[in-house]
Design a protein around this ligand. Structure first.
Ligand code: BGP
Length: 495
């Protein structure tokens, strides 16, 4: 038997893409509430208002990531725009039904995020919002009925909007204190119900998408490095608080990590692959390894970044690294020094990536890569020697629901079969210490990259479209029954 009897099979979601009820239960606005939808070819936009003149407008995410927001504007909701997160797939009102479906599949773990603005509506409030706390109590109680362990992300692509507007998001050091208060509040409240937490989803996205990663609207490298540093310190303080609260609690880092392949045997391609891998790994070197690596300090010097640290920061990072390392991995990426002569790759975060001729891709440019998980797990285990958890893996597809409610998603089963086999090899052949696997988007939800509903990941189909229409009715896809069998056999039967 490859996987231990305690292996945590399950699925993953995030409040900003799943929960909806954006203005119910005393929730404040969050950064994801001002993001419009887009598509594979049209970027999502952040809407804003210019308080001095009342003018409204929007900036697309890629422009925001390169140039920041225009002078004098504040991210805000603008009348007439469609915001997919506002209803999403309405977990808020369907949680009992959805968790029952997870129970039916035999889930051992359910990854969800707490929406920070549901607990502290403005982020800097002194007291939490009881109605928000009570909602997650109800969710965790429902999980307990089916023996499902919650895996809770404290911040998944959303920050209370007030913290972005008033403080510039994580660029401001005061966010460390606000986050610490939030983390301590929920860890205390849910003691006995939640054992596993992740601090920041895909923390390395701070380099590429600072608004999503931390409400940061300034694109300067100095600001991003500072914002990431504040998140590292906040993570260390969360680990410290958790360990003081209970020996039961485990805090993980969450990294977006994919193996990087050199396109050719040219050593220059290999070197480039190493540098691209470093772009993600340095975040884990700090948060899980406990200190800034030399290669990153040199890079900061070259970029003219002068990190501001307070006395005690380095000590905190070294004393309270993450207990385990979780990561998202959807497939490898391929790079080449001859990028200009080659066909560009596509898919999320595909900047500077070339198409890998050995792998076939779907409509969003995502490939089924049969080795990515084994490679990723080995790299991360060799480097940190800490327990790992694959908390995102899956494939977005434009599923078709038949009139009888069925969805024949054999392409998803095929993708998952290859990926789970690769993960199994890392355990069986290489002895990697793996805690669990939570497939991304287990119940259809809004895509983070494009804001679409059409790009679906789930085992469960949700009747909702890109215009916000549909009954929100849930139905089981073919992959639902397949995954149920995988869990029931603890990964032995992948047929
Ligand atoms: C990860 C995010 C998730 C999720 C997933 C799929 O990067 O952590 O929030 O959305 O990617 O990407 P997308 O939704 O863009 O298809």
């Amino acid at each position: 038997m490859s996987f231990s009897e305690h292996f945590l099979w399950g699925g993953a979601t995030a409040a900003n893409q799943y929960e909806g009820a954006w203005d119910e239960g005393g929730k404040g606005l969050s950064t994801s509430d001002v993001m419009t939808n887009g598509s594979h070819t049209v970027p999502r936009r952040i809407t804003w208002v210019k308080p001095a003149t009342g003018e409204t407008g929007s900036t697309d995410l890629s422009t925001l990531s390169c140039r920041g927001l225009p002078e004098g504007v504040e991210p805000a909701i603008v009348a007439g725009e469609f915001y997919p997160s506002h209803t999403a797939t309405d977990f808020y009102h369907h949680y009992a039904e959805d968790i029952a479906l997870m129970g039916e599949m035999g889930f051992k773990a359910f990854r969800l995020s707490i929406n920070w603005a549901r607990i502290f509506p403005n982020g800097d409030d002194e007291e939490p919002n009881e109605e928000g706390l009570a909602f997650y109590d109800a969710v965790f109680d429902e999980c307990a009925k089916y023996g499902i362990e919650p895996l809770v992300t404290l911040s998944h692509y959303e920050t209370p909007l007030n913290l972005a507007v008033r403080y510039g998001g994580w660029a401001d050091r005061r966010l460390i204190g606000f986050f610490e208060r939030y983390a301590k509040t929920v860890m205390k409240r849910y003691l006995g119900k939640v054992r596993y937490y992740l601090t920041f989803n895909e923390i390395n996205l701070m380099s590429m998408m600072p608004f999503m990663a931390g409400g940061v609207t300034d694109a300067a490298p100095q600001v991003r490095a500072q914002a990431a540093h504040h998140q590292f310190v906040a993570s260390a303080l969360t680990v410290k608080a958790a360990h003081e609260l209970s020996p039961e609690l485990r805090i993980g880092q969450m990294l977006a990590y994919s193996p990087v392949y050199p396109y050719s045997a040219d050593p220059a391609d290999d070197l480039l692959a190493m540098e691209r891998a470093h772009d993600a790994l340095w975040y884990a070197d700090v948060q899980t390894g406990g200190s800034y690596p030399a290669y990153r300090l040199k890079q900061m010097e070259r970029d003219g970044v002068a990190l501001e640290m307070e006395p005690g920061d380095e000590d905190l990072l070294a004393r309270y690294p993450a207990d385990f390392l979780s990561f998202s991995c959807y497939g490898g990426s391929t790079v080449s020094v001859r990028q200009r002569e080659l066909e560009a790759g596509s898919g999320n975060l595909a900047l500077g990536i070339v198409r890998n001729p050995c792998l076939a891709t779907n409509a969003w440019g995502w490939a089924t890569d049969p080795y990515c998980l084994r490679l990723a797990l080995n790299t991360l285990y060799d480097r940190y020697h800490k327990p790992l958890w694959v908390v995102e893996n899956g494939i977005g597809w434009s599923d078709v629901r038949e009139p009888d409610g069925s969805v024949h998603d054999d392409y998803r089963i095929d993708y998952l079969r290859q990926n789970i086999q690769s993960m199994k090899d890392a355990v069986d052949l290489d002895g990697v210490d793996l805690m669990g696997y939570t497939m991304w988007g287990c119940i259809d939800l809004v895509s983070a990259g494009t804001g679409e509903m059409r790009k679906r990941y789930g085992f469960v189909y949700v009747d909702r479209d890109d215009k916000g229409e549909g009954t929100l009715e849930r139905s089981r896809k073919d992959s639902f029954y397949w995954y149920k069998k995988v869990i029931a056999t603890n990964g032995e039967d992948l047929s």
